[in-house]
Design a binder for this molecule. Structure first.
Ligand code: KG4
Ligand code: ZN
Length: 347
């Protein structure tokens, strides 16, 4: 089945065509990074207007790269949440119109499920059950993934997402938006053990995260650091980036490995924008080898927001008989545990 997936949940307008939830025919992403860069973060109204401008050409490009016409599509999967309401509305209403005109099913998809299933766009895939860490600018969660559509939330951030912490620290350091890539690059020249930023492990058994404390710790450190006279032992900006990254990675790796052990899964998966981070990948790879389990991660373009992962998730929901009701609306907050009611299962 050829499914077109559309995602406009945040600041990327994306569309992709995927066959049977696995084989990617196309994946097109129009990034808004340049637009939001001067503001140090995503400006919701600008994002919605930019989606309006780009949704049509992005979908057309996805179809032409796939070598398909509208008539070849078996369904349209679209992200309904979580995300920015104004952005989500552009994708949903475009998809609603298209599905109605073509007379094909419209399949509502939870963005987080898209990230979890993005690993199935790769050649090498894990066997169920596995433990997945989805870590991006909007979310940081650990799931026990028992099958398609069968997810238990094991832990999540209580405040900022890890990617948000990268973005905020980049802003504090005057490095612009988005922060992850630039901090990772800067960290290559820094000492990761130079500054001991706090790691919030919370209670002993907790699989939840908290990244607001480290952001504040970096802000306070940088304030004092700016006033410090230059000298041989003054930490460099690269030391700050490397020490911050190390603290975030320590917490993500430790919690994911505890989660894996708790459910006895034989594989771990990391997905979402922060999963592009090479330091995180290297550390998870080491930890997996130590525990003799397999480690999977999607290529960078499937880690960041994309329509192909939404098509993959939509395919399995369609197989399950799920269709959007005509009155379907978007959801700014959409916990994965709420997956069933709004999708109208069983039609
Ligand atoms: O998944 P994504 O494209 O969008 C959301 O759903 O949020 O993730 C974007 C986030 C941003 O916060 C960005 O700073 C972070 O992922 N990110 C990274 C890296 N590349 C992107 N964080 C750390 N290291 C990276 N290499
Ligand atoms: Zn995302």
């Amino acid at each position: 089945m050829n499914i077109l997936g559309i995602d406009t949940s945040c600041d990327d307008t994306s569309a992709g065509v995927v066959v049977d939830g696995r084989r990617v025919l196309s994946s097109v992403v129009h990034s808004q990074v340049e637009l939001h860069h001067p503001h140090g973060g995503v400006v919701p109204e600008l994002a919605s207007r930019e989606h309006l401008k780009n949704i049509l050409p992005v979908v057309q490009e996805a179809l032409s790269k796939a070598g398909l016409r509208m008539a070849d599509l078996d369904g349209i999967a679209v992200t309904v949440g979580p995300g920015l309401v104004g952005s989500l509305l552009v994708g949903l209403y475009y998809a609603k119109g298209l599905a109605y005109v073509r007379g094909i099913p419209l399949i509502p998809v939870n963005h987080l499920e898209g990230h979890i299933l993005s690993i199935f766009l790769e050649e090498e895939v894990p066997e169920f059950p596995f433990v997945a860490l989805t870590v991006s600018g909007g979310h940081t969660s650990i799931y026990h993934v028992k099958g398609y559509g069968d997810y238990d939330l094991m832990g999540q951030t209580l405040d900022d997402a890890a990617g948000e912490a990268f973005d905020k620290v980049a802003k504090i350091l005057g490095l612009g938006y988005p922060g992850g890539v630039v901090i990772e690059k800067l960290a290559l020249d820094g000492r990761k053990d130079r500054i001991d930023f706090p790691r919030a492990y919370l209670s002993k058994d907790s699989l939840d995260f908290s990244f607001s404390g480290i952001k504040t710790a970096v802000a306070l450190f940088v304030k004092a650091w700016r006033n410090e006279a230059a000298g041989n032992d003054k930490p460099t900006i690269a030391d700050i980036a490397a020490s911050f990254q190390e603290a975030v990675v320590d917490v993500l790796v430790r919690k994911l490995m505890i989660a894996r052990k708790r459910v006895g899964a034989r594989a771990i998966v990391v997905a979402g924008g922060v999963a592009c981070n090479r330091c995180l990948r290297a550390r998870l790879s080491e930890a997996a080898a130590q525990d003799a389990v397999e480690f999977f991660f999607p290529r960078p373009e499937y880690c960041t927001d994309n329509g192909a992962m939404i098509a993959a998730a939509g395919y399995h929901r369609l197989l399950n008989g799920e269709r959007a009701q005509p009155s379907l609306d978007v959801r700014a907050r959409y916990p994965i545990g709420d997956l069933l009611p709004p999708t109208g299962r069983g039609k």
